[in-house]
Design a protein around this ligand. Structure first.
Ligand code: GTR
Length: 416
């Protein structure tokens, strides 16, 4: 017994040392050479040649990502109902703000916020999860305070990780409702924590546990990213029923960890007209094999709940994975994809994010579309690419007015 305890304490302290010892690599010359798998290569070694053959190949990859990285995506359909909680005129009458209660499988409620331009025709919308509650996206007092756990915890806006009155509008700059409304777009958002609180035991109070029976999946068969992505896709089921919304023009976006969830959601669900990854980094758009900035080891240690439990086994063995981020991104093809980085966010590995997008090219080409093509890594604030577009802007890890100007422009060109 004593021996076991000593061994355990050695293991615990080794783990603690390893945590402390992590030093992110920011030196391009220290990246070990690697070869990226070909998204078009079938398990039997042959290369697919047509868009028609992509359907099976895409399913093959989805299966691999389920098995190794994000866990199973529930396939069972569940009943849904919704209720309008409030409807308010905002932005000097230019828009209507809706708060809906969406009930999943008759037992699980989430709160959806919608801000839609007041026009007579159906409108395209952007949809994305928020980190710290719907009330953080705008100052409007009609938005209910999010009552579950959030990762925000700075007083006085949040106390014990719960949003207070002072949190209203705290992240409005990330949502830019005014800009979107002026451009003719609506915006839909839900707190990620409404599907699963962002902490290692968050699954206990989220859809992975409370809907386990209805979905036919145990909590440990999938992940927080899976729960967030699934939640987004269920919200699309609901948006399809809202007459003011043009369900053919739903553009999915996500920042950072929620960018990872957005990519996984968009890979699984082809109803999104386009997908935007804003600084999604490791586990999102960035090539893991580069081991630059945050890496697979670090992310699966810091945030074990984000991924399927076996994913951590590939830390420093990224070459053994049959895929990398470019294949995940290619599952969005032929739909338009925007990948954005910030120069002050090297942790997310901007060059790795660019490479992820660029290496998805063969799949876009199958559909006769060009993505990032042969573009070089661009200068600051200079978007490049067509169906796959990329920018690196000045500034830090964030989603801001500059980013939104590019996304609106991208949507105007490719979606409207
Ligand atoms: C960081 C994490 C990143 C990114 C970020 C965020 O701590 O290492 O992968 O997701 O959080 O979500 O803001």
């Amino acid at each position: 017994m004593k021996k076991i305890l000593t061994l355990l304490s050695i293991l615990v302290s080794m783990h603690a040392m390893a945590q402390q010892a992590f030093v992110a690599n920011y030196d391009e010359s220290k990246i070990a050479p690697f070869t990226l798998p070909n998204p078009l290569q079938k398990p039997d070694g042959t290369i697919i040649q047509s868009a028609k053959a992509w359907g099976n190949q895409r399913n093959y990859w989805l299966g691999k990502y389920e098995q190794m990285m994000f866990g199973k995506m529930p396939k069972k359909k569940i009943a849904q109902s919704y209720q309008l909680i409030s409807q308010t005129d905002i932005l000097q009458g230019k828009a209507t703000q809706y708060v809906w209660k969406l009930t999943l499988a008759g037992i699980y409620d989430v709160t959806v916020l919608g801000v839609l331009p007041k026009v007579k025709t159906k409108v395209p919308v952007f949809i994305g999860l928020n980190f710290c509650g719907n009330q953080t996206t705008s100052n409007d007092p009609n938005i209910p305070l999010f009552e579950k756990y959030t990762v925000c915890n700075n007083k006085p806006a949040y106390i014990n990780n719960k949003g207070q009155e002072e949190s209203r509008g705290a992240w409005a700059s990330r949502w830019q409702f005014e800009k979107l409304i002026a451009a003719g777009y609506g915006s839909i958002t839900i707190a990620c924590g409404d599907f699963e609180e962002d902490k290692p035991d968050g699954y206990l109070t989220g859809v992975r546990t409370l809907l386990a029976k209805e979905l036919g999946l145990q909590a440990d068969e999938w992940s927080a990213n899976g729960a967030w992505a699934w939640g987004l896709n269920r919200t699309v089921d609901f948006l399809e029923k809202i007459p003011q919304i043009d369900a053919k023009r739903i553009i999915l976006h996500g920042h950072s960890r929620l960018g990872k969830a957005a990519i996984w959601a968009g890979a699984n669900d082809s109803r999104y007209a386009a997908v935007i990854s804003n600084e999604s980094g490791e586990g999102g758009a960035a090539i893991s094999r580069r081991n630059y900035g945050e890496n697979l080891w670090r992310i699966t240690n810091s945030f074990p709940h984000w991924f399927y439990k076996d994913y951590k086994n590939y830390a420093y063995k990224e070459n053994e994975l049959p895929f990398d981020s470019h294949i995940l991104l290619s599952l969005i093809a032929p739909r338009p994809l925007y990948i954005a980085s910030a120069v002050g966010d090297q942790w997310s590995d901007p060059k790795g994010e660019f490479m992820g997008g660029q290496q998805a090219e063969p799949v876009y080409q199958l559909f006769g579309k060009s993505g990032l093509g042969k573009n070089e890594f661009p200068a600051l604030n200079t978007p490049v690419g067509q169906h796959v577009r990329y920018h690196i802007r000045e500034g830090n890890h964030d989603i801001n007015a500059y980013d939104w100007d590019q996304y609106i422009d991208f949507a105007n060109k490719l979606i409207k």
